[in-house]
Design a protein around this ligand. Sequence first.
Ligand SMILES: *Cc1c(COP(=O)(O)O)cnc(C)c1O
Length: 432
Amino acid sequence: MTDPRRAIPRTDTVVNDPRLRSATNRLGSRAVKAVVTEILSQVRAGTVPIDETVQRVLDRLPARASTLTPVINATGVVLHTNLGRACLSAAAVDAVVAASGYVDVEFDLAEGVRASRGRGALDALAIAVPAAESVVVVNNGAAALLLAVTTLAAGREIVISRGEMVEIGDHFRLPDLMTSAGARLREVGTTNRTVLADYAEAIGPDTGCVVKIHPSNFRIEGFTGSVSTAELATLGVDVIADVGSGLLEAEPLLPDEPDVSSALISGAAVVTCSGDKLLGGPQAGLVFGRADVVELMRRHPMARALRCDKLTLAALEATLRGPEPPASRALHVKSDQLRRRAEVVAAGLGATAVPSEGAVGGGGGPGVTLPGWAVALPAELAAVLRVGDPAVVGRIAGGRLLLDLRCVPADQDDALIGAVQQARSRIGLPCT
Ligand SMILES: *Cc1c(COP(=O)(O)O)cnc(C)c1O
């Protein structure tokens, strides 16, 4: 009788099996070897038959080298920070892929000399916002505000309304960000009401700037009042307007959402915003404004620590020059169209289509509801759908799981149906 363990293949033999070649190309030999080692130990323990070794390795290997799992966003929330905010357009994805190798981000190919970094993205921003004399791009909206207040108010005072002391999420608070720049906050007014005279009385020789922050993730109602950028601009000090969402122009669907162009025309010295909210691009921070102030920011030592990478610059430019990005499409899609799609998906699943209220999300339009349509399913499917690949994240309402189609690209409706059928079979629900 020969020892059955003699037949167990060596790790390298399994790793080099032709059936694992494409996985090795995709995931790297180290990742494949780790799984092979794990499965072979199960073979040795007798829990896996030898002739199933390769198949078990294939089953166990991850789908991709990154652990980030693509999600079908069926929450109806367009800018879901936990789900990565805006999705890139196909044009922006192409630009990212093209920029992922060597690229002329800081090089003039015609002359063979150094060129200004990200000039294509800066040109596209200048075209998109003619009211801006100049623009600089940094890592995110928080970095844009940090650079602006550092440049204008480090060691001095920032005058700001008590109604604009915003926490942007995960315990990060803009007042703390501003004081970390070495500026002192001079809070004026109250939580619900601030008037121009409050600012005027606080302004003095030590004032670095006035900051106006858009409360982009909450809304206060009732006896309220705030001072417009145009009024603040009459005070004789530089005004930084943090509009947050990155709308470059006024959006009729979101009448209360401030936009970059209007804030500049109203007299803000600089306007800051994010790239991955309503602008619909990659994570980035944009600072538009007067040429002298923006130049000081560009030259500030901190600018180098806050700068964004070539992939961001590529995606940002393509978002601005290319076709309408997904965030804008999801915002503007007609309810009728969502209804038709929801009915088709529901029919495919033997479920029902129901009206559903979507939202812009933490990135803008607080309190605005976006009327749309969803497919209603039993709530117990939610957890199973979340751990599928692609993962599907919906919304629980009234004891049911709603899959809102607003942020689901129409070409993923079939993938959504497939994911639901798979989830049903995993927990033994009939697939009707
Ligand atoms: C989102 C937001 C920020 C932070 O921007 P990030 O891109 O998340 O860093 C700052 N201010 C306002 C008003 C915002 O809405």
